[in-house]
Ligand binder design. Structure first.
Ligand SMILES: Cc1cc2nc3c(=O)[nH]c(=O)nc-3n(C[C@H](O)[C@H](O)[C@H](O)COP(=O)(O)O)c2cc1C
Length: 415
């Protein structure tokens, strides 16, 4: 029987999926098949047919990223699994590395074969002690079993993985900041272009994918792209992980079909809103735009959520409820971005600090000319800076003000 769950194949209580358990369920078969009978272009075609898109936030098609890296001419190339997850409200990558490390390792090994890399990094936040222990053990076991190292399974292909630890900051998850950390510098994003696929780690072509993206790859190769695609609903392809916060009756990380509407994810998987109150606005990820309750039936595909005016990000879903002002939540988010901006780009420093200051004034009942100030600072900062944190910090504030100006007016007037 082919499973509906491709990522979370065991309940959390069942513990870490170790090498034997993973192999018993067909683990490393996709790597074996890839090395024995597929070419890199074959693998990339399969991922294109599966319509696999990145799960790190931008939903970039995996086949396009891998093809660029494959085609890049260089003796040395790298692959990186990005587990720099530090967004409050998202716990999916931590869960995958802790509990399903072999899926990530196999996905990274296939990425290496498909793009022509012989060295890879599993990049994780240094405070993820459980994930680190699990990853170390799994890499050692995979190496001992011949799935990593030189001449893997007698194929002539060699590849190995090192773990790289990131500081516990939000920006450390940005792909070029991750490359800086792996090279031994602080977590500051690089100016782009060049993109990592052209000039990444140590100046060499580098493919960096989110941990969840890579974990999906072995199952796609094993079951075929048509089957994978068929798991999606309403125009979506495959499955993905969402994190539902403590406002639902059953918070946690769930694997759901891509294309599931927000409402269904909250009701069916999260067992509904804990308080029983109607939802007033939904935030698909901390760095995205609030959507009104009318958007609750939007299918969670990257394109449909974009068309509705927001972005899926890493799908750490939260919401506010009827009868609740949006202002305290926006204040909290703006303070998060002020604290997490890395300090490198002056426009970002200025924007995040000003937004947090304006929101503090609004929440304290000293609003002043807040709407004009918010617009002005966001318009000034737009498109500046080395990474998109500037846009991320602006999105929740600007959308909340557009949707619920009355909440801002009431708070600013001390009501
Ligand atoms: C401020 C910032 C933080 C980010 N944090 C993460 C992260 O923790 N994990 C991640 O996979 N991508 C993160 N990203 C996105 C990465 O830069 C990159 O797009 C992603 O790792 C690509 O993987 P994918 O194509 O598989 O989605 C972040 C981006 C920005 C701007």
């Amino acid at each position: 029987m082919i499973p509906q769950s491709l990522l979370l194949t065991r309940a959390p209580e069942a513990g870490v999926e170790d090498l034997q358990t993973y192999r018993d369920a067909g683990g490393y078969d996709a790597l074996k098949t890839s090395l024995a009978s597929l070419t890199p272009p074959n693998i990339i075609q399969i991922l294109a047919a599966a319509e696999l898109r990145g799960r790190g936030g931008a939903a970039f098609p995996v086949s396009r990223k891998w093809e660029l890296a494959r085609a890049a001419e260089s003796d040395v190339k790298y692959v990186v699994a990005n587990g720099g997850e530090h967004e409050p409200g998202s716990r999916k990558d931590r869960l995958l590395i802790s509990q399903f490390p072999h899926k990530v390792i196999e996905g990274l090994a296939i990425a290496a074969f498909a793009t022509g890399a012989h060295a890879g990094y599993l990049y994780i936040i240094e405070d993820m002690a459980d994930a680190l222990a699990s990853a170390q053990r799994a890499i050692a076991d995979a190496r001992a079993a011949g799935f990593l190292g030189s001449n893997i399974l007698g194929s002539g292909f060699s590849f190995d993985i090192e773990i790289a630890l990131a500081p516990p900051t939000y920006v450390a998850g940005e792909e070029t900041a991750a490359l800086e950390v792996i090279e031994g510098r602080k977590a500051w994003p690089r100016k782009k272009p060049p993109y990592p696929g052209q000039s990444g780690l140590f100046g060499k072509p580098t493919t960096i994918n989110n941990v969840e993206t890579l974990a999906a790859v072995p199952a796609i190769l094993r079951h075929g792209p048509d089957y994978y695609k068929s798991l999606g609903v309403r125009g979506g392809a495959g499955t993905f992980l969402v994190t539902l916060d403590e406002r639902v009756a059953r918070p946690g990380v769930y694997e759901i079909p891509v294309g599931t509407p927000f409402r269904e994810a909250i009701e069916r998987f999260g067992a509904g809103v804990k308080s029983g109150r109607p939802i007033k606005a939904i935030l698909p990820a901390l760095s995205s735009r609030f959507l009104p309750a009318a958007a609750l039936d939007t299918p969670m595909t990257p394109d449909a959520v974009r068309a509705a005016g927001s972005g899926l990000g890493c799908a750490g879903i939260s919401f506010i409820e009827e009868g609740e002002s949006i202002v305290p939540r926006v204040l909290q988010i703006s303070q998060f971005f002020m604290k997490e901006q890395c300090g490198q780009c002056s426009a970002c420093r200025m924007e995040t600090n000003t937004l947090a200051m304006v929101m503090k004034n609004v929440a304290a009942g000293n609003g002043g000319e807040y709407a004009a100030q918010i617009d002005k600072i966001i318009n000034f900062a737009k498109g500046k800076g080395y990474c998109s944190l500037i846009e991320m910090a602006a999105a929740p504030v600007q959308s909340a003000l557009a949707l619920f100006p009355e909440d801002f007016a009431a708070a600013a007037a001390g009501r």
